[in-house]
Design a protein around this ligand. Structure first.
Ligand code: BGC
Length: 747
């Protein structure tokens, strides 16, 4: 197999750099063709088979070994025993018909052993370096056990916090998700896919999974094409731009056609428009689930639909394995189509370097939980933590006596969050661990044993402790099992008796710092006035406790900003900042609150606007929101010109001053609004952001440059263009405030 490398090296040595990529591509394709030419239909179908196994398996099944030997398996998921990985790979490359190596895949989502904050938390960092370093660490650790393919990043825009998988999402904004998606892929895939520490990324789920109606997992989605293209697609485009090797289909149907059998999505968009040349994998059984969807009659029909849509590799179900040969004989699928699937798969196996070195690199040091990895995880947790309220309580001074209360204050498993199959909870540093090792003067009385605990038996101890201390740090939230796949909730407040305990504690008169560890925004409208500070840490991962301790005591700032609007109540969902205006936009002047309506009022006497009578029209905290330990002031927004031509850059300046007493960091956000469009446009769209550090008292000029390219959108005719007209611009600290200016974009 080294032969392949030798040819490439020889050819490349003799050519100029500009031609390198094309020549490499040709060599790659010729090599693929030469393998394909020798393969039977059965061998080809074997490559399309992604076999699922149990990561808890204690023995390697003879049947599986035999299937690998016969070339019936192209890739495996969840083989987590290194000896099994080595043995199966040896069988594949020494005994299978064409000696084609296997790819071993795994859901390495936000860390492998060293667990980083959940992806929604990482998104709160608004920091591509955090995304990149977390996925690099995950790649280094997981590749050491033979994993060369992760089912991440999840790039599903999510606008409904009831949806359990919002935890795994990049949040509600396509621009932020694109910045992060790109960085995740770069981290997983490293400098080159064939580096032994690189793992192939899988941009998932293509597409629209986050639009599940009502936030119920797997639910139907209805996504008009402009919405698909302007909101759901951009993060995938960004991931493919930097070479994401694979794409996973989604469980959901989109406008009546399940994603796994959807030609418009997989062929027209993914292959023809986006020129994707890696392979498409179905989601777990999503091929045969097309039967339950009511789209396929039976397994064979499901295979036919998936094949004709262009799905290359089938995860766990066996519609291809059992039917593809017959479908080809019947002319319902062509052998050329199957050839394309195999080519796409082999291309990625080649790029991963598996034909040259199929075995895991035993010199590749995993450094599980190494200091460097833990430091990055801690940094990520600090950068992900969002301060939502602070009534002069944080940071605490070093000698404050703390009552450490709450069910998540020492919950090592839950702190890791969803999708952490390989993280070892014994390595988790909980807030309690961190308080102990930093010698914080504290008393720990959880009050509740887990987040759903309804019992009040431990309340008394917690209340007595609170009274004896200066301040309560209440670590609340939801257990990891309450978010993630299939774990949607209709109510998204603190479960169990947490709210009751918080209300009891507030009666002690002691200041309360509410820390939330959860997989989604948690509605806190009922308790916001009972607490003095709120810190959202998401499920912060292995180093969450240490990060929290440093933030609470002011060694570090909470640096995160919300990657999602924080609702007042689940009844407000879906809610997202970049909504349309409607014909009757909500506004302060017309708003009448429910309890202000006179009894017997005449029906049309109320302001007829788009709002709720009982909770208004705003979220509890807007997208982009997050306080800091200091205070910032924005001044003097300035746009380079009032009228800007299509080929010109638009320069937007503003000054930012740190008017507080501490040094601090702000994430300065740039939003635009295309006032009138050929289709209606969102009230605001994030177009850029910058992390700015300022010393106390310091002022800096912040400059954004955007081009008309960034003002393009896809209209009802799928025309992707910027349109002449008026634009509003805001520079500010979040999506609902900031300095405003305007310009005219001229053709
Ligand atoms: C999930 C995917 C995941 C796959 C493999 C499915 O249930 O939807 O995101 O990668 O399982 O574990």
């Amino acid at each position: 197999m080294k032969f392949y490398l030798v040819i490439i090296a020889f050819v490349l040595m003799s050519c100029s750099q500009t031609k390198d990529a094309n020549i490499k591509h040709d060599v790659e394709e010729k090599y693929i063709d030469s393998i394909l030419a020798q393969m039977s239909i059965d061998d080809k179908i074997g490559q399309t088979n992604l076999r699922g196994t149990s990561s808890r398996a204690k023995t390697l099944s003879e049947a599986l070994k035999e299937d690998v030997r016969q070339g019936k398996v192209g890739a495996l998921l969840n083989v987590m025993n290194v000896e099994f990985v080595d043995e199966l790979q040896k069988i594949a490359v020494e005994e299978s018909p064409h000696k084609i190596p296997l790819i071993f895949g795994r859901d390495v989502i936000h860390g492998f052993k060293t667990i980083f904050p959940i992806p929604l938390g990482l998104a709160a960092s608004w920091d591509e370096n955090v995304a990149r370093s977390s996925s690099r660490v995950a790649a280094i650790e997981s590749s050491s056990v033979g994993i060369r393919w992760t089912f991440a990043p999840m790039l599903d825009i999510a606008r409904d916090s009831r949806w359990g998988r919002i935890a795994e999402s990049p949040g509600e904004d396509p621009y932020l998700a694109s910045v992060l998606g790109k960085a995740y892929v770069e981290g997983f895939q490293g400098d080159s896919l064939n580096n032994p520490t690189s793992i192939a990324a899988c941009a998932k789920h293509f597409i629209g999974y986050g639009a599940a109606i009502g936030g119920r997992d797997y639910n139907t989605t209805l996504i008009p094409e402009p919405l698909l293209r302007n909101v759901y697609l951009p993060p995938f485009e960004a991931a493919l731009d930097v070479g994401a090797a694979t794409v996973m289909t989604a469980f959901n149907e989109v406008n009546g056609i399940p994603a796994t059998g959807n030609q418009f999505l997989l062929k027209d968009i993914l292959r023809d428009e986006l020129k994707f040349d890696g392979f498409v994998v179905s989601d777990w059984d999503s091929t045969i689930e097309m039967i339950a969807h009511g789209y396929a009659r039976d397994e064979k029909h499901a295979g036919e639909l998936a094949a004709n849509a262009g799905m290359d590799m089938e995860m766990t179900s066996t519609a291809y394995q059992n039917n593809l040969k017959e479908l080809i004989a019947e002319g319902k699928v062509t052998e050329q189509q199957l050839d394309e699937f195999v080519k796409n798969i082999l291309r990625i196996k080649i790029r991963l370097g598996l034909f040259d070195e199929p075995y895991r690199d035993k010199t590749n040091e995993a450094n599980f939980y190494s200091k460097a990895h833990l430091d990055l995880a801690k940094e990520a947790a600090i950068k992900s933590t969002v301060l939502l309220k602070n009534k002069d309580v944080l940071p605490l001074s070093k000698n404050t006596k703390v009552a450490l209360i709450g069910p998540l204050a020492d919950a090592p498993l839950d702190q890791m969050g969803t999708w952490t199959f390989d993280g070892d909870k014994t390595h988790t540093v909980t807030p309690l661990d961190a308080f102990k090792s930093a010698n914080i003067n504290h008393v720990y009385k959880p009050g509740l044993t887990h987040s759903r605990d309804l019992s009040k038996t431990q309340f008394k101890k917690a209340l007595t402790t609170a009274k004896q201390c200066d301040v309560v740090v209440f670590v609340a939230g939801e257990e990891a099992i309450l978010s993630g796949e299939a774990h949607s909730r209709a109510h998204i407040n603190l479960p169990g008796a947490q709210e009751v305990l918080i209300k009891e504690l507030s009666k002690t008169g002691k200041p309360i710092v509410l820390v939330i560890m959860a997989g989604r925004p948690i509605t806190i409208t009922n308790i916001i006035n009972d607490v003095d500070a709120v810190l959202m840490t998401w499920h912060p991962g292995t180093m969450g406790g240490e990060a929290l301790q440093e933030i609470v005591f002011g060694l570090r700032e909470p640096e995160g900003r919300l990657p999602i609007s924080w609702p007042k109540t689940a009844g407000q969902l879906p809610y997202f900042y970049n909504h349309k205006n409607t014909g009757r936009p909500a506004n302060k002047e017309d708003y009448v609150a429910m309890y202000d309506i006179p009894v017997g009022a005449w029906q049309s006497s109320l302001g007829n606007d788009s709002h709720y009578l009982d909770i208004g029209y705003k979220p509890h905290f807007p997208f982009g929101y997050g306080l800091s330990y200091t205070e910032f002031r924005y001044d003097a927004i300035k746009i380079s010109k009032d009228t800007i031509n299509f080929n010109e850059d638009i320069i937007i300046n503003a000054t930012l001053s740190n008017i507080g007493k501490r040094d601090g960091k702000e994430i300065v956000q740039l939003y635009t609004q295309d006032v009138v469009g050929s289709i209606t446009r969102p009230v605001k769209e994030l177009k850029g952001f910058q992390h700015v550090s300022l010393k106390a008292g310091e002022t800096k000029e912040v400059t954004f440059k955007i081009s008309s390219e960034q003002l393009k959108f896809s209209n009802h005719k799928a025309v992707y263009a910027a349109e002449e007209g008026h634009f509003n611009v805001w520079v500010g600290p979040n999506s609902s405030s900031g300095l405003k200016d305007a310009f005219y974009l001229k053709k």
